[in-house]
Design a protein around this ligand. Structure first.
Ligand code: TXA
Ligand code: MG
Length: 321
């Protein structure tokens, strides 16, 4: 049985002992370990069945602390950090050797962020190492936004789940890095492109040009339920798949002819922030329902809608747009 509770001291003690503690953040729950402890970091890769080429994000509670672990902190990073930390923005920076290769999958950069969660910040205040924390799900599966999701997905090897209820933003952080004079976005997430550009000027979405994905957010299939998630125009999909047991995740309306208990709405009032908060929770629910397939459609493609659509497309095995 995995222990769940609200104890900061127990979380800190377990982290210092090199164990895995699930930490709440405003985006999703993370599988946290001491980022400087190679053995502890290896435990996380093993538990998640995560390929070693996929680096972890480090979490701290102050810009001063981040500076201890990176070679430099460019002016643009300073501006972004001042505007968005604590918050759902990860900044890629050139790492010092003290960050082990396993944490960054041998990359020269390390991703850092200050999460906007009181409990996790209290842990970070009490320790002098960063917490490396990937989303607390088996590799490729839906990220967790509630402790229950973690307990459904893992049975062992987590020493403590720090419970802070539901995550406020509900999808992962936006990841940015700097190359030449450009600001590159490696993953769209909790901070919208519009917000980023209002602070830093034009940004560019990073397009991979190698065979290996630099960021798992760049893998084609990710964030996926076990059931087939099909994206398209829901009404036509219902006709097409009428012989299957259908589950629906829709933005704001219910569909006739499908059992209401198999339909989940992301936001009755068409609010994209609320939809983001409900996204993974809805996918977890539908994946555990007695349905064969999940039908969904894309949301308005602006603001955090872009990040939601990115997750929906990557989570879908079939895209019938
Ligand atoms: O919101 C979040 O970022 C959550 C919470 C727990 O903080 N964490 C999270 O971690 O989403 P994870 O491991 O599920 O996704 C981290 C992503 C991966 O796609 C990884 O490839 C990318 O960050 N990443 C980490 N370090 C990187 C680096 N140095 N260069 C490029 N991508 C990096
Ligand atoms: Mg993840």
């Amino acid at each position: 049985m995995i222990k769940v509770g609200k104890s900061i001291n127990e979380s800190v003690k377990n982290l210092i002992n090199g164990e895995i503690v699930c930490i709440p953040t405003e985006t999703v729950y993370g599988l946290g370990v001491n980022a400087l402890d190679q053995k502890a970091v290896a435990k996380v890769f093993k538990l998640k069945k995560r390929p070693y080429f996929d680096p972890l994000i480090c979490h701290t509670n102050s810009i001063e602390k981040v500076k201890l672990f990176v070679k430099n902190f460019p002016r643009k990073a300073e501006i972004l950090a001042k505007n968005f930390w604590p918050g759902p923005l990860t900044i890629l920076l050139e790492k010092k050797n003290i960050i082990p290769d396993i944490t960054t999958s041998k990359l020269k950069t390390v991703g850092f962020r200050i999460p906007d969660n009181k409990l996790t910040l209290s842990i970070l205040e009490k320790i002098d190492f960063p917490i490396a924390a990937p989303s607390a799900n088996p590799f490729g599966y839906i990220s967790p936004t509630l402790p229950k999701h973690i307990l459904d997905m893992f049975k062992n090897d987590i020493s403590y789940v720090l419970d802070d209820g539901g995550c406020n933003i509900g999808i992962e952080s936006t990841i940015v890095g700097f190359e030449d004079k450009k600001t590159l976005v490696y993953r769209v997430g909790g901070i919208t492109i519009e917000k980023l550009e209002s602070i830093i000027g034009e940004v560019e979405i990073f397009k991979k040009n190698t065979k290996l994905p630099i960021s798992s957010g760049m893998l084609k299939n990710h964030y996926s339920p076990k059931k087939d998630l099909i994206v398209g125009e829901i009404q036509s999909l219902i006709k097409k798949y009428i012989n299957k047991k259908i589950g629906i995740m829709s933005f704001n309306k219910y569909y006739k002819g499908i059992d209401l208990k198999n339909q989940i709405i992301l936001s009755k009032n068409l609010n994209l922030e609320q939809a983001s908060r409900n996204l993974y929770k809805s996918l977890h629910l539908l994946d555990n329902m007695n349905v064969d397939i999940i039908l969904t459609s894309l949301l308005p493609n602006h603001g955090i809608g872009k990040s939601i659509n990115d997750r929906i497309i990557k989570a879908s095995k079939k895209n019938e747009l």
